[in-house]
Design a protein around this ligand. Structure first.
Ligand code: UDX
Ligand code: UDX
Length: 457
């Protein structure tokens, strides 16, 4: 039996290893993390993350060939293949602050692997890393005089939160990058062999190390760029009477463009897009390509504008002041079907409204705990209400900030009746029936589509 270890039991490591364990019963898969609370949660009925289908997979394989543990050192010693999935946040200090990836956890983990290894191993980069990180990792790992050899492989994860299990079970592709040496090629094959248990061979792409590392950054940059592109056009639609959904449909039916990732809204969130684009920007600057860096940085600038402009539109519609007004924000998760609030547009809007002295109420089916944690020192300045009807009671406005389908199914007549008048709805995800809301009496402000107001004149 081969031993697989994953260091980092987060949104990436946990689900990925659960699916590997399920599909590869002859591998023993262990996930370790320095966070004991998180490991305890992975071993309980209350998993630390919400992801549709995850509970079932974990239940079926936990304690069979999937184990969660805090004993990092011991498990390093016992493993053949080590996936590293520790976080690589944006650096907040020193050179590259605000853009470059902070690789300290990665390097620390590499040194820990080296200290505890007593045989040669394959080390797999699962975390998103700047291109050429593997070079540094190889140097650190192979700097030993114990005759141990480490092959570093890049195997980036393309799962999206909320659909992680489906993305892992039926990936568009799996990418495995490695060295062109004999042992590099053998290491690639060892990783391919894992995925070949359930992924068709033609969907497993092998490349050199640098292409694999860079492809992850580029995939996220391209996806985010589409969102910023459609959001840029949404602003023009609002000025011209065009409807961004019609434009997105019209261009998306061109098979060269494709229809996905063209939903205009309050901007993208999540732990990856902004971080990875800034990482790409930093790399371009580092390699002396300022024009290329500026080109990609604009994707993030546009996203920040989209969030700021959404709040400006709210304020301007509400007679240029929201101070003291109760405003209900529906949706703090950065997207539907997750409890994750990292870089969530909902929290960005919340912070801006607090700066305007609004009385903010947050409502979300899954993400209120994380929202409270993320708000930190200002968390007691807002109210939390799981029930959206109660959140809207006495509110001047509702803003939809996550595309949770349940928000489209609420009884808006009842909500309207309980709100202050005039009542406003700002649909930051374009998921509501705007005409029906207008007929109820709301003033409705979608993104990139005509607004409906019930004011005479
Ligand atoms: C993160 C990044 O966001 C992503 O870009 C990268 O590709 C993989 O890591 P995610 O799984 O979402 O993805 O992060 P997170 O949920 O924060 O999990 C990382 C885990 O690593 C945490 O549980 C943390 O406790 C653990 N960790 C971190 C260690 O076990 N050891 C360390 O030294 C540092
Ligand atoms: C993303 C990538 O999709 C995934 O491949 C990578 O591994 C990690 O980063 P994730 O951040 O989990 O995944 O979710 P994603 O579905 O990409 O959504 C990101 C953000 O973009 C969300 O805030 C979402 O609401 C927003 N979005 C998405 C739009 O605003 N419009 C769209 O058309 C699509």
């Amino acid at each position: 039996m081969k031993n697989i270890l994953c260091i980092g039991a987060g949104y990436v490591g946990g689900p990925t290893m659960a699916v590997i364990a399920k599909n590869c019963p002859e591998y023993r898969v262990t996930v370790v993390d320095i966070n004991a609370e998180k490991i305890a949660a992975w071993n309980s009925d209350n998993l630390p993350i919400y992801e549709p289908g995850l509970d079932d997979v974990v239940h079926c394989v936990r304690d069979r060939n999937l184990f969660f543990s805090t004993e990092v050192d011991r498990h390093i010693g016992e493993s053949d293949i080590i996936f590293v999935s520790v976080n690589t946040p944006t650096k907040t200090f020193g050179q590259g602050a605000g853009k470059a990836a902070d690789l300290q956890y990665w390097e620390k983990t590499a040194r820990q692997i080296l200290r505890n290894a007593n045989s040669s191993k394959i080390v797999v980069e699962k975390s998103t890393l700047p291109v050429r990180t593997a070079h540094a990792m190889e140097r650190i790992l192979n700097s030993n005089d114990r005759g141990l050899h480490f092959d570093v492989i890049s195997n980036p994860e393309f799962l999206a939160e909320g659909s992680a299990i489906r993305d892992l079970e039926e990936p568009d592709r799996v990418l495995v990058g490695g060295r062109e040496t004999t042992s590099g090629q053998q290491a690639i094959q060892a990783i391919v062999d894992i995925y070949a248990h359930w992924v068709p061979q033609e969907r497993i792409i092998t490349t050199n190390l640098w292409s694999s590392e860079l492809s992850k950054l580029v995939a996220n940059a391209f996806l985010a760029q589409r969102i910023s592109s459609i959001n840029a056009i949404a602003n023009l639609c609002e000025q011209t009477g065009a409807n961004v959904e019609e434009v997105a449909h019209a261009i998306g039916t061109d098979s060269r463009i494709g229809s996905r990732f063209l939903r205009a809204g309050v901007g993208f969130g999540g732990s990856c897009f902004k971080k990875d684009i800034l990482n790409l920007v930093y790399l371009c600057e580092y390699y002396g390509l300022p024009e290329v860096a500026a080109y990609w940085e604009q994707v993030v600038t546009m996203n920040e504008y989209q969030q700021a402009n959404f709040v400006s539109k709210m304020i301007s519609a509400m007679f240029n002041t929201v101070a003291g007004k109760r405003i209900a924000l529906f949706g703090l998760a950065f997207k539907a079907h997750t409890s994750d609030t990292r870089e969530s547009p909902g929290l960005a809007v919340c912070r801006r409204l607090l700066a305007e002295h609004a009385d903010v109420v947050l409502s979300d089916p899954r993400a209120l705990n994380n929202a409270r944690l993320d708000l930190g020192s200002i968390s007691d300045k807002v109210h939390y209400e799981t029930d959206p009807y109660r959140a809207a009671e006495g509110a001047h406005a509702i803003a939809i900030l996550t595309e949770w389908p349940q928000f489209a199914e609420l009884d808006y007549q009842a909500i309207f009746n309980a709100m202050e008048k005039p009542a406003f709805i700002f649909d930051g995800r374009n998921i509501l029936n705007h005409q029906a809301l207008y007929e109820i009496g709301f003033n409705v402000f979608p993104v990139g589509r005509p607004s409906f107001t019930n004011f005479p004149g």
